[in-house]
Write a protein that binds this ligand. Structure first.
Ligand code: ZN
Length: 173
C-alpha cells in the first residue's frame, strides 16, 4: 500500500469532470489502488477523499466519517455513486484536503439517498443518510463534477479566503 499525493487548489485536474468506471475496470489493480486511496485518506486525517484529488478523474470516493471518534477504521469505497438530496438545506463548516488551511460554511441538504457499486461490482443503496456523513458525501460528489467547496462559500467568506487560495495556487504551480 502507498500514500498518494493529494492535488491542491489551482491544479486544473481538480476542475475536470470524473468519468464513470466500466465493470471490466474493477480488477485487482483497481482494488489495490482503492486501498491506497483509503490509506491516503487516513494518513491525511480526512473523512473523505475523491479519486480526482489523487490525480485519477474517475467516479470513486473513499469515506469514513466515524474513525475520528471511534478509532475503528470502517472505510467505504463508492464506485459510480449517485446521490439524491432530500430534506431541508442546512449550513455547516467544511474544509478540504485539497484546500489546506481554508474552512467555511456551506449549505447542503440535511439528508441524502445514495446508490453505488463497490470495488467488486456489488450494488448497494442506503437511504436517509444524515449529519456529517450526508455533508461529506455531498462534498465528495461535488469533486466528481469539478466543484470545490470554496465555490459554494458566500461572497464574503470567499473574499476572506482569497489570500490563502492565491498562496496555495502559487505553491502548486
Ligand atoms: Zn474536498
Amino acid at each position: 500500500m502507498a500514500v498518494l499525493k493529494i492535488l491542491t487548489w489551482g491544479d486544473p485536474l481538480l476542475r475536470k469532470m470524473s468519468r464513470p468506471l466500466e465493470p471490466s475496470e474493477l480488477d485487482d489493480a483497481f482494488r489495490a489502488w482503492c486501498k491506497d486511496l483509503v490509506e491516503t485518506m487516513y494518513d491525511e486525517e480526512g473523512v473523505g477523499l475523491a479519486a480526482v484529488q489523487v490525480g485519477q478523474p474517475i467516479r470513486v470516493l473513499a469515506v469514513d466519517v466515524q474513525f475520528g471518534e471511534s478509532g475503528i477504521q470502517k472505510p467505504v469505497v463508492y464506485v459510480n455513486p449517485v446521490i439524491e438530496p432530500v430534506g431541508a438545506l442546512c449550513e455547516d463548516s467544511e474544509g478540504c484536503l485539497s484546500v489546506p488551511g481554508v474552512r467555511g460554511k456551506v449549505r447542503r441538504r440535511e439528508s441524502i439517498h445514495i446508490s453505488w457499486i463497490d470495488e467488486n461490482g456489488g450494488s448497494h443503496r442506503r437511504e436517509n443518510i444524515t449529519g456529517m456523513e450526508a455533508r461529506c458525501l455531498q462534498h465528495e460528489m461535488d469533486h466528481l463534477e469539478g466543484v470545490i467547496f470554496v465555490d459554494r462559500l458566500s461572497p464574503a467568506a470567499r473574499s476572506l479566503a482569497e489570500g490563502k487560495l492565491r498562496k496555495l495556487a502559487r505553491q502548486g504551480a
